[in-house]
Design a protein around this ligand. Sequence first.
Ligand code: MN
Length: 231
Amino acid sequence: MKYLFDPVTPSVAIVAQAARFPVNRIYCVGRNYAAHAREMGGSPERESPFFFSKPANAVTDNGVTLPFPSRTQDLHHEVELVVALAGEALAAKGQELSLKEATAAIYGYGVGIDFTRRDLQAEAKEKARPWDTAKGFDNSAPVSALTPAAQAGQIDAASISLLVNGELRQQGMISDLIWNIPELIAELSTYYRLRPGDLIFTGTPAGVSAVRPGDVMEGRIDNLETLKISF
Ligand code: MN
């Protein structure tokens, strides 16, 4: 095959492997922790979590210093467990997955930050407009190197946290997810035919807050590589 110019091939590192994980699509879950749903003015008892997406090339590597995003006065961090999907069974069947098929589709896990231009998101909500400029901008989806699921221990028992300049801002447990990992993969597969290379940002615990130029963010999940991103 010949291309007019070199195609962009977004990818994420894998712990202790030279091979990289090619990213197909990035799906995100909104309001998948009750405490965060409440801090955003929602009611987790009445509304189910929901999906949105970011472009695949929004991923960035771990350990980088990023240019501060344009067009925002209120950039928020959302630390999230990232689930990476792969496997031959998923390639053969990516739709209407059972919970067992959804579990088999998990390649591994990483720590991600769903950066959000909260001011643009608030405006989009108010005017009933799309969230794309609030969520899907350049470098809005940093992900740590992926740990294969078999080496990640009991991910449901892991804690998740985010520190800014060494100060704890967000803290939660993966077991607090409203839709657990197989449930959200199965649910997502009723909307899309999932493919190897798809990433899912599984939602953020409470404590989202603004970051500024010069800030250093550290996202942690037990047994996974810590994510460190600077502005
Ligand atoms: Mn999020």
